[in-house]
Design a protein around this ligand. Structure first.
Ligand code: IFM
Length: 442
């Protein structure tokens, strides 16, 4: 049997990523909570409810799980609506709660990476129109408060999680709050998110000059279905520029590029110290004259690719390599801020992990400056408009009892973290079906 070990450089960081609303529970003062209460918005009428009960203290046992499995870092987010429940009030107890959590990470040997905005907005901000307005000043004030409170334990920050997803799903597709389908408003929100990011970036550096600050960008591979057809290529290129390039390019150049229009936001120039990359899957796109709202492109998965439980993610590891190559083009250190798959029975996840980590290793061996990898996620959590129907956790969550049950992938990921490597023995044990392809005998 062929043997090999894909080693990672010393100091490479391994972790899992989470977000406040998805794990904390009882986050009743934000726009998502309000959105979840109305019928027809979340699959099967699910709500976040108690989630993983982190606000009730179960973060301790979950951080223990992360540390015991060899992880060295954890990405979590803070909930704006807890810290600033009304425009004129800061909740010191909430800040103290987060201080305990990030100290708890340190005590377990885990370095925190903290996200300031992960999809949710305080109700008071939302009711005034949210990010459709220029709220950079409010976001910077919140950022200052958090950074001042947590700086003893945190020096790595993500300002915004997936601003492209936030703007597109909330304002163009209408599946996230506020449920709009308005192209102009989408551009307005995108512009304000860039302003907000820039203001937060400068606020963090004023308080903590040595901080490392970035955005967690969701990169979705968008490939032309028929490479020979210029229309397919043009649409793939256009969609990729709008979805993938808009935010990282704006944070690099200070220029926002919309179709037929550009806008300069000087303060946004050079406002990333690392490139945060969230990668899950990739699509084909084919020209379709009737898909007007999708820029005349029909998107679909490669029919050969294995699909996740609900068909939401196609296993496309080569797309991860392409995403890393894209990320490398920005000339910044790269942090893989999310990567994972929904798979309640853990049928596909071990293979997904193995194949994606192998692509990560290839990227590292090209000397692309990838510093860390965060698997999404530690324990099953509330999956936004898809409620509890999608299970991304290395640990399964029983919502009734709050019990956690380890999936085989948790052991696989622990072995990778502990060895700082992926070995052929791990593949033989956890994903034997791909062994021969990965390690051919001749
Ligand atoms: O759960 C989400 C997360 O909040 C943002 N990135 C994608 C994940 C899986 O859908």
């Amino acid at each position: 049997m062929a043997e090999a070990t894909f080693n990672f450089p010393r100091g490479f960081q391994w972790g899992t990523a989470t977000a406040a609303h998805q794990v904390e529970g009882n986050n009743a003062n934000n726009n998502w909570w309000a959105w979840e209460q109305a019928a027809g918005r979340i699959l099967h009428g699910h709500t976040a409810g108690l989630a993983c009960d982190w606000w009730g203290g179960r973060w301790r046992e979950d951080f223990d799980r992360a540390a015991e499995s060899g992880q060295t870092t954890h990405r979590l987010s803070v909930e704006w609506s807890r810290i600033q429940p009304t425009p004129d009030r800061w909740d010191e107890d909430a800040l103290d709660h987060y201080r305990q959590m990030v100290r708890g990470l340190h005590e377990r040997g885990l370095t925190p990476l903290v996200t300031l905005h992960h999809f949710t907005d305080p109700l008071w901000l939302y009711e005034r129109g949210g990010w459709a307005n220029d709220v950079a000043e409010q976001f910077a004030a919140f950022t200052e408060k958090v950074v001042t409170a947590l700086k003893e334990y945190v020096n790595q920050w993500v300002t915004l999680n997936e601003p492209n997803v936030y703007a597109t799903l909330g304002y163009l597709m209408g599946t996230f709050p506020p449920g709009d389908q308005n192209m102009l408003k989408t551009f307005q929100v995108m512009t304000n998110l860039v302003r907000g990011h820039a203001a937060a970036y400068h606020a963090i550096h004023r308080i903590q000059p040595e901080a490392q600050v970035g955005i967690a960008h969701q990169y979705r591979g968008i490939e032309p279905y028929r490479r020979w057809l210029p229309l397919d290529s043009a649409i793939a290129h256009f969609q990729s520029r709008m979805f993938n390039d808009f935010f990282p390019a704006a944070a690099q150049t200070g220029v926002l590029r919309f179709p037929g229009w550009r806008k300069r936001i000087r303060q946004a120039k050079n406002t990333q110290d690392f490139l945060g990359l969230n990668y899950y899957t990739q699509d084909f796109v084919a020209f379709h004259p009737l898909r007007v709202s999708e820029a005349f492109g029909k998107r679909f998965f490669d029919p050969q690719a294995a699909l996740s439980d609900t068909g939401f993610i196609a296993n496309q590891p080569q797309g991860f390599f392409a995403a890393l190559q894209w990320a490398n083009g920005f000339g910044l250190p790269i942090i893989v801020t999310e990567n994972g798959i929904e798979d309640a029975a853990d049928h596909l996840r071990p293979r997904y992990i193995v194949e994606h980590i192998r692509q990560l290793w290839r990227a590292v061996n090209f000397n692309w400056p990838v510093k860390a990898y965060y698997h999404w996620t530690l324990v099953d959590n509330f999956e936004w408009d898809r409620g509890w129907t999608q299970r991304y956790g290395l640990w399964e969550l029983d919502l009734e009892t709050q019990a956690r049950r380890k999936r085989p992938s948790a052991d696989l990921y622990a072995e990778i973290c502990q060895a700082n490597a992926l070995s052929s023995q791990m593949v033989a044990r956890y994903a034997p079906q791909i062994f021969a392809d990965m390690f051919p005998n001749e």
